[in-house]
Design a protein around this ligand. Structure first.
Ligand code: PLP
Length: 373
């Protein structure tokens, strides 16, 4: 491969010195659970998002689960999710005994279609969980409108949206709770698992702090049936270093996306949609083509690694076979799973590599005119 999909080693290498210094600081501090490094990251990330509070947890899946729990979602309750998402969105719901209710996306934006939500709301619906898929903000005002009519909270899955903006304001403070993942491959990623929730509701933040730490706010006093899901101080220290570079790194993603968009217009690919409300974090640059599998192979032959996000929608996963909510086919999500491919994008992708991607796509699509669409 001359153009890997994502080069995490290069990302760490670019910040090698400050990252090693940050890790060393924690190692030498003697403080290995929560503490000052976690609190500092929480304050800095909350400020970045424009939220009042940030609660660091162990990973993105836990960030979603604890957010649902904090709003009282219980076994048997229903939670609205997009039909096309990474499985974690559904797992967060089902692992607490609740039922994910899929709602199809808008064809163009690939995000939950607010116009389809109302029909799926029942007396058991306790939350709406939109995902900013690929980094493009969902149509939040429209989602909030439906949620408000039914008096239920909106919890955002922002695992792909660090630095994305909705109507000019960064994702992180538009809903009552916003769940984040800092998995290494995300726009803001640690050197291992990490996650957080941002909120501007102090009571929600306080309860989340208890839930992540055995349901306790005073040592050995347990007021809630909590979890062990704490953000690791070593990851917090690394994330503080990387947060300082997030805007610059997102800017590089944005530049690559702009050149893909300009140079692949007319290539036959369906390019990512633009909306008048959202600025993407460009976590992924996802295109569509009817002969997707052929195109992925043709790009690989030209040294370009394209991946598929995601090849199987949650309602078709073996893990959920037999669940009542999977009986209804989700044709848009299924078609997307057959047609999407993600081109390499990332802060360490060079201009020359981006050029190779553009040339490979255009050459592949020119090779067999029958494949052009
Ligand atoms: C990465 C991701 C998650 C889960 O994050 P983890 O930190 O891996 O648990 C959840 N939702 C979406 C949309 C993601 O992309």
């Amino acid at each position: 491969m001359t153009v890997p999909f994502l080069d995490l080693k290069a990302a760490t290498a670019e910040l090698s010195e400050p990252i090693h210094a940050a890790v060393r600081r924690v190692v030498d501090s003697g403080w290995y659970i929560l503490g000052p490094e976690v609190e500092a990251f929480e304050a800095e990330f909350a400020a970045y998002c424009g939220a009042e509070h940030c609660v660091g947890v162990a990973n993105g899946l836990d960030a979603l689960k604890l957010s649902l729990l904090v709003f009282g979602v219980r076994p048997g309750d229903e939670v609205i999710v997009p039909s096309n998402t990474f499985i974690a969105t559904n797992l967060a719901v089902s692992q607490i005994g609740a039922i994910p209710i899929p709602v199809e996306p808008d064809e163009a934006t690939c995000n939950i279609d607010p116009a389809r939500i109302e029909a799926k709301i029942s007396p058991r619906t306790k939350a709406i969980l939109p995902v900013h898929l690929y980094g493009l903000p969902a149509d939040l005002d429209s989602v909030h409108e439906v949620a408000a009519r039914h008096g239920i909270p909106v919890i955002e899955d922002a695992a792909q949206a660090h630095g994305a903006r909705y109507k000019g304001k960064r994702i992180g403070a538009h809903s009552r709770a916003v769940a984040w993942s800092f998995y290494p491959g995300k726009n803001l990623g640690g050197l291992g698992d990490a996650g957080a929730i941002t909120t501007s509701d102090k009571e929600v933040a306080d309860r989340l702090r208890m839930l992540r730490n055995y349901g306790s706010s005073v040592k050995y006093r347990n007021d809630l049936v909590g979890y062990n899901s704490r953000l690791d101080p070593i990851q917090a220290a690394v994330l503080r270093v990387k947060l300082d570079h997030l805007e610059e790194w997102n800017g590089r993603r944005q530049a690559i996306a702009a050149s893909y968009r300009a140079r692949l217009a007319g290539s036959g690919l369906t390019l990512p949609a633009e909306t008048n409300w959202g600025e993407s974090s460009w976590h992924l640059f996802v295109v569509r083509h009817a002969q997707r599998d052929w195109l992925v192979r043709a790009l690989a032959e030209r040294g370009v690694e394209a991946l598929i996000h995601y090849p199987v929608p949650p309602h078709k996963q073996q893990a959920y076979a037999g669940e009542a909510w999977t009986f209804e086919e989700q044709p848009i999500a299924s078609r997307m799973a057959d047609e999407v491919l993600s081109l390499p994008i990332g802060p360490q992708l060079s201009a020359a590599q981006a050029e190779s991607v553009i040339e490979a796509v255009n050459a592949a699509l020119a090779e067999d005119p029958a494949q052009r669409r």
